[in-house]
Design a protein around this ligand. Structure first.
Ligand code: CDP
Ligand code: CDP
Length: 221
């Protein structure tokens, strides 16, 4: 069995960038677990389902055909033959995903799918519950954090760079709302996993965070 490095934390704490960097340096497969929650949300929306209607979301999820594969060092999925990427970042998905991810049966489907990816090899998986629920026995658990203002600024800069017309204070509001839903939901809330190393990256560069993770993994290897 390969290794599974778990990287959890709130939105814009650096999980994707750090996980990709660690995966590239160690030759592990990068897994974005949030993409699958976004995929379930996107599938529901494109089927015309109201994301607030949990029963209809589950029907759309269960009746779809999901497949997983590895491409360019990352695990990705197709749903009914389509591979959504940019679509997962759209505003309607972004605003509904935390609610969809709070549905226990959605979480069960996603957690089982994520565990099955171990068949592909050693993983670096980022999310909210990787160290607490998906791979609780992994010796390699990290919780990335940064001040909310710093996280909102990081997200804002990304959106502006992508050409989106967003206001800084709206990004801050949206991030706080998602933080709140993620941290207070009944099903697998965002918490620091027992044994996880907490890294506050507020004033660290990306490279420093990546090296901190790699050094810790190598120490335990
Ligand atoms: O995946 P998550 O939402 O946690 O964050 P991300 O998308 O990886 O990072 C958000 C942005 O913050 C990216 O543009 C990073 O380059 C930047 N950043 C960082 O992640 N860590 C630092 N120490 C500094 C900047
Ligand atoms: O990149 P960002 O942190 O903004 O979001 P993401 O990682 O794409 O995750 C989107 C949403 O999926 C989060 O706000 C959570 O509601 C949910 N999620 C989760 O519940 N558990 C995970 N392991 C990953 C994501």
């Amino acid at each position: 069995m390969g290794k599974a490095i778990a990287i959890d934390g709130p939105s814009a704490s650096g999980k994707s960038s750090v996980s990709k960097g660690v995966a590239a340096e160690l030759g592990f497969i990068y897994v974005d677990s949030g993409a699958l929650y976004r995929g379930v949300t996107w599938q529901a929306i494109r089927k015309g389902v109201d994301p607030k209607d949990a029963a209809a979301v589950l029907e759309a999820m269960h009746s779809a055909d999901w497949a997983f594969f590895v491409k360019n060092g990352a695990a990705i999925f197709s749903v009914d033959g389509d591979v959504p990427v940019q679509e997962l970042r759209e505003k309607d998905v972004r605003e509904a995903v935390a609610r969809v991810a709070a549905i226990p049966e959605v979480r069960k489907f996603v957690v089982e799918s994520l565990r099955s990816l171990e068949n592909f090899g050693s993983l670096v998986m980022e999310g909210r519950d990787i160290g607490t629920v998906v791979f609780p026995d992994s010796p390699h658990k990290f919780y990335l954090d940064a001040d909310p203002e710093e996280r909102a600024m990081r997200r804002y800069r990304e959106l502006v760079a992508a050409g989106e017309d967003e206001k800084a204070h709206e990004v801050m509001e949206s991030l706080k709302k998602r933080d709140q839903i993620d941290a207070t939901r009944k099903a697998d809330p965002l918490v620091v996993a027992p044994g996880a190393q907490v890294i506050d990256s507020t004033s660290m560069t990306l490279e420093e965070v990546i090296q901190t993770v790699i050094d810790a993994v190598r120490r335990k290897a």
